[in-house]
Structure formats: structure tokens, C-alpha cells
Design a protein. Structure first.
Length: 245
């Protein structure tokens, strides 16, 4: 057992790896096992549980389409214009991913970022692996998600308007067929836009205060992006007038 930066890691022989995950095909060169690595097998259920917990603590959950942020005179808050009308809040957190700038450009808080288009396929496989498997040679990651196996490994810098390149799905499923036994049909495919800054470190900043007299508070702009390069990397803040906010 080795420890790198506090992370436990065990090197396995090909036979030991196949014994641990017998659904893998023979031909492995080597394997590394990270016993403390964690994952969620149902991200949707996790998000629903977080939302239900927030509602239990008093949050009001509303599903609607946000059209724009509306400045409110005399510092009374920030207006949010949606399909349900306009409501005023003291603080607004914008976390709309790659589409956040549509809301943030008017108050002047847009940040530089691009869409990293990700693809994945969920596949039938029996039996399912007992853990996440990262196949370095094939450049794919396979994660058990309930009764399906989620396979990812393609990132594309192509903006939000270009049609999906579904040949990327074929690359993922082809790699999975070469690695796993008892491979079934693809159950679903997906493409999504992951917002990323040039670093890529997350950005948290405030919209600059309006120059109009009596302008209200500034909404927070929260930009989710690719994971930091190290656990110690913190979110990068925007700088205004020579100071961090």
C-alpha cells in the first residue's frame, strides 16, 4: 500500500485486477486501486435529496424560466424577471453554467469562459462493476449508475451551437466493448455543456454596482467549471478597483 499526498493506493497485478473486477477482459498491463475513492451511483437522486433538505429547512423551490435581472432603485434589492413575473430579492446567485452570461452581461459581471462539450453513454452490462473504473489506455471512465454503466471520455471545445458529433458516442461504446465482457446495448446517450474558465479555476465575483444614483445591491455571479487541479486550489475571485471582492 502506497500513500501519495495522503491518498491510499495499491498496485495490482493483472490477475489481481481481474479477480477484483471479473467483467474486465484479459490483457491488462497493470492496475492501481484507490480504496478510498468515492462516488454517487445516482446523481439525480442526490440532487433531489439536497433540494428536499433545503425545502425542509424553509427554502421555497420554484421551477421557472429566468428572463433577466432587473435593477431596483433606492437599494431595495435585485429584481428577477421570470415566467412567473417579477420578484425582488436582496441577493441573487447566478449559477446557469455556460448560459450565465446572458444574465450577467447587463449588470457587468460576465466572465471569460467556454463550453467543454461532454458526451456519455449509459450501457447495459451484467454483472456491473463494483466501483468506478478508469481505463487509461482507452481514455474512458466507466461508472456504475444503478443498473447501468455510464461511460465518458470525450471533451469537445465547439461552443453551444454546433450540432453534436455522435461519432464520439461510437468511440466511447467501441472502447467499452474492447474492455468489458457481457457488453449489452446502449440505453441512452447524452451531450452537455460544462462551463470552463481558461485556468480552469472556478470564478466567484460580484456584478459591479450601477453608476446610477440609488442603485441596489450587486448580484453574486457564481461560475461552476472544471474541477480544480488540486484539492488545495480555491475559487478565483474577480478583481474590481484593485481589490478582491
Amino acid at each position: 500500500m502506497r500513500r501519495d499526498h495522503g491518498i491510499r493506493m495499491t498496485e495490482l497485478s493483472p490477475d489481481e485486477a481481474l479477480e477484483m473486477e471479473p467483467l474486465l477482459r484479459p490483457g491488462l498491463a497493470r492496475a492501481l486501486h484507490f480504496p478510498d475513492f468515492g462516488q454517487t451511483t445516482n446523481p439525480g437522486a442526490l440532487v433531489r435529496a439536497i433540494a428536499e433538505d433545503a425545502a425542509w429547512d424553509g427554502a421555497r423551490l420554484v421551477s421557472t424560466r429566468i428572463q433577466k435581472l432587473v435593477p431596483v432603485p433606492a437599494g431595495r434589492g435585485i429584481g428577477l424577471l421570470s415566467d412567473h413575473g417579477e420578484e425582488v430579492f436582496s441577493t441573487v446567485v447566478v449559477a446557469a453554467g455556460i448560459w450565465s452570461n446572458r444574465l450577467l452581461e447587463p449588470p457587468g459581471a460576465a466572465v471569460q469562459r467556454e463550453s467543454l462539450r461532454g458526451y456519455h453513454a449509459t450501457l447495459e452490462l451484467s454483472p456491473m462493476p463494483g466501483q468506478l473504473i478508469y481505463l487509461i489506455a482507452e481514455k474512458i471512465m466507466a461508472t456504475p449508475m444503478g443498473d447501468r454503466l455510464r461511460v465518458v471520455g470525450v471533451v469537445e471545445v465547439a461552443g453551444t451551437r454546433k450540432p453534436p458529433e455522435f461519432s464520439n458516442i461510437d468511440r466511447l461504446t467501441g472502447a467499452a466493448r474492447r474492455i468489458f465482457r457481457n457488453f449489452g446495448e446502449a440505453r441512452s446517450v447524452w451531450i452537455g455543456h460544462r462551463p470552463a474558465t481558461p485556468d480552469p479555476v472556478p470564478v466567484i465575483c460580484r456584478a459591479p454596482r450601477s453608476s446610477r444614483p440609488g442603485a441596489g445591491p450587486r448580484p453574486w455571479a457564481v461560475e461552476a467549471c472544471a474541477a480544480p487541479r488540486a484539492p488545495s486550489t480555491s475559487a478565483r475571485t474577480c478583481w474590481q478597483g484593485g481589490r478582491s471582492v
